[in-house]
Ligand binder design. Sequence first.
Ligand code: NAD
Length: 470
Amino acid sequence: MNTYDSLLAAVTTDDPEAREVHDPATGELIGRAPVKGLEFLDAALDSATAAQPRWAGLEDEERTIYLHRAADAIEAAAEPLAQLLSREQGKPLNGPNARFEVGACSAWTRAAADTELPGGVILDDESGRAEMHYRPLGVVGAISPWNWPMMISIWQIAPSLRMGNTVVIKPAETTTLSVMALVAVLNQVLPEGVLTVVPGKGSVVGAALTQSDKISKVMFTGSTPVGKQIIAASADNVTRLTLELGGNDAGIVLPDVDPVAIAEGLFWGAFINTGQTCAALKRLYVHDSVHDQVVEALTEFAKTVPMGVGLDENNLLGPLQNQAQYEIVDRLVDSARTGGASVVLGGDPDPDAPGYFYPTTVVTDIDPHAALVVEEQFGPALPIVRYSDIDEAIRLANELEVGLGASVWSNDRDEAKRVAARLEAGTVWINSHGGLHPMVPFGGMKQSGYGREFGVEGLKAVSEPQVISG
Ligand code: NAD
């Protein structure tokens, strides 16, 4: 599996029921992804259930060794994995894109292996003794989205395995081959039944996975509406949930910034993965006194970042991953324009060009309640709202139902921290946006979900706390 052709051959199929997979940059057919039904899901759940006690019965050190071998396997297949990811998802090989994502997969796997296990003695005095232990849950059902398909799948898989669970994962329909390839690479070293991928429709296989009494936990990353369905489905079996849902992250630029110095950070905060990132900067509030300079510096920087076919080594931005997402971005930018906003960069896709390319777009003079501001655009279109009163900027930032990430941009760290403390978001970055670290917990407030991934909090989230008292 260490060449592109062998990796593709391991996951693509001739099954007439299969779904054709086209490169979103060119439209080229790259393979066929299997679409499985409920019988296949049942068999996967049975094999995960059968494998779980043996996996949980290993010493923690043995699971750690397996995870490091899994990371080695990812590294050995890194280039073909990145090539397949680039072709199926559309993201370029270079920049914070396909090679970066595959690198993150091995890094997060090693971090999940090396994080010190939670638990220990929590009480030991004349009143008694109590120990906290974190036990395996059983079978974890993982459901991942199409924007960072390999990395987000690893976020769900690696900690679950470390804590003695087995995993059944359902990839997003439009990035099935990427996740199947990742799982095929991992399964070169993992024992049988520990990790199974079930390609299938979200509304059929995904829904059945979340309703199954064979799973103890759902790790879901995706949209808020589907997250709400999963909450409802969890009631019958009191299934544990970690929900990483939609976001619409705000950034607030304070008056003391150097516009040129922050332009690059603002750009990548907003446009990483061509804006298809849950915790990307999706609306920017800029103080009146620096508004025009920030807009100019950002648009000048944006013009220097090449967008194009993923396999071209020069490109740093790619197409939208699928037609539905392209249409959302197009509709939102059009409605902003119709509503009187100024499109100062982009906004003019070529409808005859191949692929789902939407140009890097910056929109100013926009109503703070325009759809492009208050809906999650999930694409390369950043609305910039002018403000003069920081309380008003904070009010606008907090008024949506979502609260995944946010950022504050300032040369005064203490002032930035005071503003950060007032923002309703699971992470508030200062002078950057969206950077993640495998040891730093990540997750949303409000309707961006609940639970935290990464680090020791992430291990706790895929285990059941048990107290031994006495
Ligand atoms: P989506 O909710 O449409 O799909 C996510 C996954 O859920 C897919 O695998 C899909 O097949 C499956 N699914 C669909 N219907 C289902 C159902 N009824 N039951 C169970 N599973 C079902 O989301 P998407 O379009 O793939 O991803 C984009 C969304 O994901 C955005 O809103 C984005 O903000 C969010 N996201 C959040 C994070 C985060 O960490 N918070 C990270 C990435 C993406």
